[in-house]
Each structure stands twice: as C-alpha cells, then as structure tokens.
Design a protein around this ligand. Structure first.
Ligand code: CA
Length: 467
C-alpha cells in the first residue's frame, strides 16, 4: 500500500513539473527566519504577468479536492490493513477461506441431519426386529410345547404304551426329539432354545393374584392332595393340557387320575385312572418331562414313574433325608420330602439331621434322580407351611390356615443366599396342603381344603434366573 502512495505522489509530482513548471525557493527574511516559496505556473500561460482569474482558482481547488479525496481513500485502506495486521490481499484470501468453511459447515449440518434420520430409522427397524424375534420365540415355545400333542394324533393307543422299547415307538421318539430342533430359530448371533423360552422373563416374585378355584373334591379323600399339569411334556400320550390329580388322604395312596384338559377336569370325569405300583407319601409329588416324581410311603426313596410306559423308571434313596414326620411342613401330614420343578430343572425340598431341620434344597438329575448339587438354607422346615421353586429360587409360604398370609422367605441358589421377603398370598379355604409352581404357565397350583386352585404370578424382569 505504501508503495502505491509513494508511486502516486511521484507520478503526480513529475506530471506537475512537466505541465506547470513549478519551483521551490527557500530564503531568509530580514529577521533571519526561513521562508519557503512554492510556485506553480497556470495551465494556459507560462508567465505570471496578469492576475489569477476566478475560474483558474476554482480549477485548482477542484483538483486539490480530488487529490485530497484520493489520498483520504488510500489512507483509509492503509489504516484498515494496519488494524488487522494483514495485507489487504491476505484479508481477501481469508474472506474467501471463511466463505468456503461456512459453506462446508452448512453442508456438514445437512449431512448430520440426514444421518440422524438414518439412525432413527435403523433404531426403529431394530425395535421391530426385536419384537419379531420375541414373537418367534413365543411361537417356538408353543410349538415345542405342543409337539407332543401333535404326535399323539399319529400314535396308536392301547398296548404301545407298554411296549415303549419297540422299534416303531423308538422311531416316533426320534421324531419328537427332532420337532423342537426343527423349530429352533436363529437371528445370526443367537439360537433360540427351549431353555430361552422357559427362562425369558424369569425374575423375582413380585405378587400373587387371588386364588381361582377350578375343582372341589367330592369326598373326604380329597381334603388334601396334589394336582398339576406337566410344564414340559415329552412326546408322550399326554400333553401340557393334561391335568393330573392324586387324592392324598389314606394309607395306601396309589390312584392317579388323568384328565384330558382343564375343561374335563372341572367337570370331574377323568380320561384315565392309573394305579401306581408303589404307594405315595403325602402331597410332595410333581409332574415334569413326562414323569411323575414322588416319595415312596414311609421311606426316603424317590420314585420316577414314566407316564408313557407306566413303569417305574428310577428308584433312588435321597441321602440323609428325614421322612415320615421327621421334618414336615408346619401342617404335618408327612410332608417331609417335597418335589419341585422350575425353569432350571428338578428339585427336592427336605431336611436332614445334619441340617438340624433347616430346609435343604437339592437339584436332581431328572432321569436318574441322583443329587447334582445341594444348598442348606437358614429357615427351619417346620416353621413354614409349604415351599416351591421358581427361577432357581426357593420360596416359602408362612401359613397354611391364615386367610391372608404371605410368602415370607426366598433362597437364591445362584448366590447361595436367603432373605426375608413379603408377598401376600390368600388361603381362601384355610387349609392349604400343597403349593407347586408351573413354569410353562407361570402359575401356582395349590390344594386348599378340598379346593384345587391356581394363582397367577407377577415376576420382576431384573434377572434371567440363571445360576
Ligand atoms: Ca410344594
């Protein structure tokens, strides 16, 4: 910029020299002060004999004004450059860069909006897929549970039940085994299994609904007993619809009633009456995976009775278990050994002299009935009315006679710790002799003073119940 100013003045000076013959004189006056004299010739004449006309003065003033305006503009540009510390060319470059950056920023904002929309869309799609997966799981569970029922249509009735080992039946058993597998689904990372079906939604017990009465026993033999449905039928003649019932009053309990479904059960006409080869003790029996599990009368012997073949499949002593009134529940009734089934398998609830009457839980191999693992709790068996297993946790019922009682203790086998809980439970008929959990239907089954009832349950979703 300074170079431009200098060049301008130089050019202007040279022009003036050439056109107007200007001169500059410096001299002392009589007092000794220095005087400067600057002389410029007029544009139309080279002498200065006459007086200067008004037009000439006006012309000079105009030229000076133009000159001042030009200089003023140049000075402004110089000052501006000084303020930014940048050469004007550089300022222009920065402005250009700023413009480009702004443009890029705007474009990025547009891209960001577009990507956000895509993320939202993908999230929505993911939610839909998760829901679809849940639905498929449910359908798989239902198909798995009903596969036994479907097979029943193919299966001839009669003596086949007694010839479980013949070739034709073995073939059908293989088919049954394959049915659930063919219905397994996968999302690429995870194969849905029966175990997933059973444990999905497993959690701690939050509440128990009011009892729903399905059937009332007609005779004194039915004051107490066991009634259940198989949560995991194993391709037998029977399904998860089949209702099972044992009236437990008497010294030689062997009769075992099968009802086609709940409707037939409520009307009271069994489709079949089985006679067990060995008598049942009390109300601790359960039905699980096509077998009846029960305690042999006056012994610590556990029996697995195969519902299809109608034969005893396992006959094992439960080591050190008290029986026949040693460690019963508070209502007595020789309730020393109580079977239970849940999402995690087969269990037995009892006590031993070593445990001094505290509840012991053992997980059993469902086929051999061998003890796989045991836990000793810190609650005495004879202080509670009953117990059941759910999601690998033991729950005890406080009273069998109080109309408004509670589930008062929980022991978690995954942590080996127990604690007091308080979940309301109603003994509507004031003599509750059996409480068991059906994990397929998520209900409690109970036998309350001649009345066979169910309770709906609400579980928390915080845990998957795995151990
Ligand atoms: Ca029980």
């Amino acid at each position: 910029m300074w170079f431009q100013v200098f060049t301008f003045y130089l050019s202007y000076f040279a022009f003036s020299q050439a056109q107007d013959q200007a001169s500059f004189v410096r001299s002392n006056d009589p007092t000794g002060r220095c005087h400067y004299t600057f002389t410029v010739a007029g544009p139309d004449r080279s002498s200065c004999t006459g007086s200067i006309t008004k037009a000439e003065v006006k012309g000079i003033l105009t030229r000076i004004s133009l000159l001042e305006a030009l200089v003023g503009r140049l000075i402004e540009d110089v000052d501006e450059g000084a303020e930014t510390g940048l050469h004007p060319n550089e300022t222009g470059g920065l402005q250009e860069a700023y413009y480009q950056v702004s443009q890029e920023k705007n474009q990025l904002q547009v891209d960001k909006k577009h990507l956000s929309k895509q993320v939202q869309e993908q999230q929505r799609r993911l939610n839909e897929l998760n829901m679809e997966l849940e639905n498929l799981k449910q359908r798989t569970c239902q198909q798995t549970h009903t596969s036994g029922a479907a097979l029943d249509e193919k299966r001839p009735t009669g003596d086949l039940a007694h010839n479980a080992e013949d070739g034709a039946y073995q073939e059908m058993k293989a088919e049954v085994t394959q049915v659930p597998a063919s219905h397994l689904i996968t999302d690429g990372n995870h194969t849905v299994t029966l175990s997933d079906c059973l444990t999905s939604g497993c959690g701690e017990l939050l509440s128990v609904g009011d009892p729903v009465m399905l059937r009332k026993a007609d005779t004194i033999m039915g004051k107490y007993g066991v009634w259940l449905q198989d949560p995991e039928p194993q391709g037998s003649f029977y399904t998860n619809e089949t209702v099972w019932r044992i009236d437990a009053v008497g010294k030689d309990v062997r009769q075992f009633f099968a009802y086609e479904d709940m409707d037939q059960f409520t009307r009271g006409f069994p489709m079949k009456v089985l006679v067990l080869p060995e008598p049942v003790e009390s109300t601790g029996a359960t039905i699980y995976k096509g077998s009846l599990y029960y305690q042999l009368r006056r012994s610590r012997t556990l029996i697995r009775y195969n519902l299809t073949s109608e034969t005893v499949a396992a006959h094992v002593e439960l080591p050190y278990a008290g029986f026949h009134g040693q460690y019963p529940y508070s209502w007595g009734g020789y309730t020393d050994i109580d079977f239970a089934a849940d999402e995690q398998g087969l269990w037995v609830i009892y006590s031993t002299s070593k445990a001094k009457g505290a509840i012991v839980i053992s997980q059993l191999d469902p086929k051999s009935l061998e003890v796989m693992r045991s836990w000793e709790t810190n609650i005495r068996k004879n202080t509670v009315a009953n117990a059941f297993m759910m999601c690998g946790r033991l729950y005890t019922v406080a009273s069998y006679t109080a109309a408004n009682t509670s589930i008062n203790y929980m022991f978690d086998t995954s942590t080996g710790e127990g604690r007091t809980v308080s979940v309301s439970l109603k003994n509507k008929y004031r003599y509750n002799s059996m409480v068991d959990y059906n994990h397929a239907l998520r209900k409690l089954y109970a036998w309350d003073n001649f009345h066979m009832v169910t309770y709906s349950l609400r579980l928390g979703g915080a845990s998957n119940g795995s151990s």
